[in-house]
Design a protein around this ligand. Sequence first.
Ligand SMILES: Nc1ncnc2c1ncn2[C@@H]1O[C@H](COP(=O)(O)OP(=O)(O)OP(=O)(O)O)[C@@H](O)[C@H]1O
Ligand SMILES: [Mg+2]
Length: 411
Amino acid sequence: MKRVFTNKILTAIDVGTTKICVLIGHKLEEGQVEILGIGKVPSEGLRKGVVVDIAKAARSIKKAVNEAQMMADVVVESATVGISGAHIQSRNAYGAVPLEHGQVRQEDINAVIAAAKAIPLAEGQKVLHVLPQYFSLDGQERLSDPLGMHGIRLEVQVHIITGSFASVQDLVKCCQMAEVKVQDVVLEQLASAQAVLNDDERELGVAMLDIGGGTADLAIYQKGSIRHTMVVPIAGNHFTNDLAIGLRTTVSDAERIKREYGLACSSLLQQDKEIEVEMVQGGKTRMVHQSQLVSILEPRAQELLSLVHEEILHRNLEHLLVSGLVITGGGALLDGLQEVAQDIFQIPVRIGRPAHIHDVSSMLQSPIYATGYGLLLHATHQQHSFNFDDQDKRGMSGLLIRMKSWVSDFF
Ligand SMILES: Nc1ncnc2c1ncn2[C@@H]1O[C@H](COP(=O)(O)OP(=O)(O)OP(=O)(O)O)[C@@H](O)[C@H]1O
Ligand SMILES: [Mg+2]
């Protein structure tokens, strides 16, 4: 017998550089979803988190959607979609307004956020998210919700995330070609953070790094709100390519040996195993030592993590990482990466897996699903569903308004 769902069916699409992951869920209560369907296919037409071939990317999305639909036995109409890539930029900004009525009304909150986001943008960039960090009222700092309070001047600190308008359009186009309307576009690391961080970490201060195939996406939280975001164009695929070049093997075999024998930290090497690898020419094989893998993977891991660490030092943010660093994404599965990170950052490091999943197979507990699951959680927080039929009429401006409204979830 077919189940009847009282709450809305929600869909998330993580358009990753290596895989497209579609999750279909059903909202249980605030912050909890029951997973009904999973679709995961290798992605085509993406490079470093960005669509480079719309037709190929659309085909992969369609395949993953079909897989998830079959499992869930529902038809997907709309979805929350993740976005990443080197085009993403972020900065903190400040706004202030006088309070005409001596009391903070919703209009004043809207006005002060509008003032904060009135910043000059680089050519082709559009605001994706405006995330309030805290409000101040007549000098009284760090208010999370000033609504109804009395005063004469309201100020706000926000984190503004911008992205290339063309890249957003391409992503939306791919989904439309796959017959899915885009309900919301969310920066991938905000989604991953929602899936793998707990409230205490976000309150005390934490950094989360999602190491995917094409990009490593950083998000830093403190006092419950976002402080900094960054996208680094180095991730798992670079480790694989380094191995392929260094060992003169095929990319697919380099990927296989990385997953099976890869190690990023030489001090963890126990027996120096011999591994058979496929050579590029002639389909012949030869033997390599695991220590050769380590000598290639360790410097790449150090490069990636040092780059992130230097950015944190450069911006004087290290004091925020009280709860340490959480690494997620498929790249986090590389053995020894946690130890290298601990060595460079000198703080506790853990691997982040989607939390609160008690209703599905342990498959979803992999860091690979952090973004997809986070996107689904994000969709459960949406108060009002977007009117998809209006999307074409309103065009992209309608979508961008919707994207900015992510902000409303944080009040
Ligand atoms: N067991 C493993 N050991 C080492 N690396 C792994 C393992 N499993 C997956 N990976 C790596 O994880 C990466 C893919 O991670 P993920 O699925 O999070 O990326 P993505 O979301 O497709 O990419 P992006 O987020 O950059 O767009 C690949 O580079 C893959 O080699
Ligand atoms: Mg990813």
